[in-house]
Design a protein around this ligand. Sequence first.
Ligand code: GDP
Ligand code: GDP
Length: 437
Amino acid sequence: MSLPVVAIVGRPNVGKSTLFNRIAGERIAIVEDQPGITRDRIYSKGEWSGRSFHLIDTGGLEFGGDDEMVEYVRQQAELAIEEADVILFVVDGRTGVTATDEEVARHLRRSRKPVVLAVNKLDHQNHHKHAYEFYQLGIGEPIPVSSLHGTGTGDLLDEVVQKLPDSTVEAYDPDTIRVSIIGRPNVGKSSLVNRILGEERVIVSPVAGTTRDAVDTPFTHEGQDYVIVDTAGMRKRGKVYESTEKYSVLRALKAIERSDVVLVVLDASQGVTEQDKRVAGIAHEGGRGAIFVVNKWDAVEKDHQTMQRFVREIRDAFSFMDYAPILFISAKTGQRVSRVVPVVKEVADQHSTRISTSVLNQVLQDAALSTPPPTVKGRRPKIQYGTQVSVKPPVFVLFVSDPDAIHFSYRRYLDNQLREAFGFVGTPIRILFRKKR
Ligand code: GDP
Ligand code: GDP
């Protein structure tokens, strides 16, 4: 199931990011707590009345070149119209309606996307009448809010949630392996898709007349069904897409949400960038299987150490994803592209592995015997038993006498022991400590 997207648009200084932080609330702080993961303050998850959604502050996106205001806001709106399910249009209740507001409103009206209009900076009840003026934008009822004080935001979110589409149910059979291909513009994502689909043993399924999403590409390889999600998005070209790198983070977010295995494509001729870390971090946090695909290997001048150097660079940059295999390919020449699908299959299998409780406990017992949990404040926690509670990714609950006394280094140790015993190539695993009741 994929989460709907709510995008905040509006002129600079109307209070978009203040509103964003209000809605996103404490989540941001929680997410930023994870070491090694770069985070922007431009997207987060929001939740209201039991509905969850992605929240994007398009004001935080950098658009190249043109910094004229109308153009700037127009590009934001365009992106939001393209990508969002609901648009949250923020205006400044103190300045009244401006020409830019009218321009954006015109654009939004034409799109027929659901729009919620927030008239911000109305900090006091007796200012609320200033909201009426914004009826003239022709996009429905203006809702007075103060992002600064948090007043009115509840009514605003009621309105947003009401306009969210019904949650979309995934159209694919659970045995179908869903793959997304993510990475910065120009790393070679669409070239790779074309190569994979052109392979001899790959049979591309006809799409017509099924419930399948037309933006995806289903195919079969050695009897296994796969689907590349959001193939259309990968191939899309346009002004906005070319001009903002951060756009691809947004696109990646949605694709990752819908996939089992993520191919993080890197450009061998450029090395690792911050943005690569960002999208890989999303895959990791989302609990997806992951493979690093170093593309354009043909364009690199190589000696016998080049590959090792690359491996080291990747392991350093993505230290939180040391489980992900690395493939060196060329979508241009086809070199090693035939390895991609088999590795996807392997990772998907590991991602959905279920370990029997008895085997798991044998491994845990051996692990605790060879290295017992260190004592914390004079107490030595004891692991009583463990069980796997879910797959995709594998999650283990370990019952211990004193969950708070488990040191993070011991968690790391157990993680390594489980990987040594069971592999889990390409998949994150989660270990939760619980007190036995
Ligand atoms: P953005 O450029 O649209 O993201 O706007 P910001 O969120 O950065 O806010 C611009 C300025 O407006 C900041 O100084 C905020 O403190 C202020 N501001 C934002 N929301 C409110 C509000 O509800 N009331 C008042 N009085 N000021 C606000
Ligand atoms: P996308 O934006 O990530 O989908 O990237 P494209 O697939 O459109 O490729 C961007 C550019 O890189 C195009 O000019 C491709 O021809 C080129 N390209 C893609 N793969 C390779 C490769 O393996 N080697 C080389 N030398 N160029 C490549």
